[in-house]
Ligand binder design. Structure first.
Ligand SMILES: CC[C@H](CNC(=O)c1ccc(S(N)(=O)=O)cc1)c1ccc2[nH]ccc2c1
Ligand SMILES: [Zn+2]
Length: 290
């Protein structure tokens, strides 16, 4: 049977052969067309509240690297925004592309990339704030990578795997990473990758608060979608932050040095692990700006 991955023979275009929901009505990621997003005054700020002692381990699962958190109680949670209730932090992970100019999963207005050199992009936009003023702000166009912060609805369900099967079970916050200055907070993660190069490897990773990877502004777009990797379950409330954080080329290169094969197997590098944007199928996207 197909073991899914990101190569020509087992990549995103093949996933529907094993996971028919790949052609479902609320698949992710999507291309966020900012002019079509509909402002919803009932949406509030999101409020991440993480305890650094929840961090447990960093691992390479063969299709990404993730930091796993202790989700046995409400120690690190996300509330507010579009969420009804308390969503518990489960893990964070990354997606990247094989070159510096591709790799983010969600796109914003087609995310026109720079030419080869992802230099400074003119990515300014006029936004109308909730109190009616207009201001210029930098956007995430030209993002090359993304961080996903994964939470599950602990008010209504008793485990992550159960929540992952429910339409309001998961909440994932997406943060764009844009090529620029090296990111000292991200260094804590990229410096550990050489200890988990092979698939299946894991290493202790404690005393880490993922808020240190969030941008200054928590302005976001939100919509109903799915996991972006198999089993592609349609159980995610997506919260896509507008402001990117920075990552430098050398840090991005460390992600690409991870292996999608286990120790002792012929090495294959995890050069890319992003799914392209999927059809919106009539879904509404709500921007939330302060
Ligand atoms: C239910 C699926 C889950 C494995 N997958 C994930 O946790 C996951 C989480 C977030 C995203 S993304 N890119 O959309 O943010 C993609 C996948 C999963 C699957 C089977 C399992 N058996 C025991 C635990 C367990 C967990
Ligand atoms: Zn992801």
């Amino acid at each position: 049977t197909l073991h899914w991955g990101y190569d020509e023979h087992n990549g995103p275009s093949h996933w529907k052969e094993v996971f028919p929901v790949a052609n479902g009505d609320r698949q992710s990621p999507i291309d966020i067309k900012t002019t079509e997003a509909k402002y919803d005054p009932s949406l509030r700020p999101i409020s991440p509240n993480y305890d650094p002692t929840s961090a447990k381990v960093i691992l390479n699962n063969g299709h990404s690297t993730s930091v796993e958190f202790d989700d046995a109680e409400n120690k690190s949670v996300l509330i507010g925004g579009p969420l009804a209730g308390t969503y518990r932090l489960r893990q964070i992970h990354f997606h990247w592309g094989s070159s510096d100019d591709a790799g983010s999963e969600h796109a914003v207005d087609g995310m026109k990339y720079a030419a080869e050199e992802p230099g400074e992009m003119e990515c300014k936009e006029l936004i109308v704030t909730s109190h009616g003023e207009t201001k210029v702000s930098s956007t995430s166009c030209g993002a090359q990578e993304v961080l996903h912060v994964v939470h599950w609805n602990a008010d209504r369900y008793s485990s992550f795997v159960e929540a992952a099967r429910q339409p309001d079970g998961l909440a994932v916050m997406a943060v764009f990473l844009k090529i620029g200055e090296c990111n000292p907070q991200l260094k804590k993660i990229t410096d550990r990758l050489d200890a988990i190069r092979a698939k299946g490897k894991r290493a202790l990773f404690t005393n880490f608060d993922p808020s240190c990877l969030l941008p200054r502004s928590l302005d976001y777009w939100t919509y109903f979608g799915s996991l972006t990797v198999p089993p592609l379950l349609e159980s995610v409330v997506w919260i896509v932050l507008r402001e990117p954080i920075s990552v430098c080329s050398e840090q991005l290169a460390k992600f690409r040095s991870l292996l999608c094969t286990g120790e002792g197997e012929a090495a294959c590098y995890l050069l890319r692990n992003y799914r392209p944007p999927q059809p919106l199928k009539g879904r509404e996207i709500n921007p939330v700006v302060w």
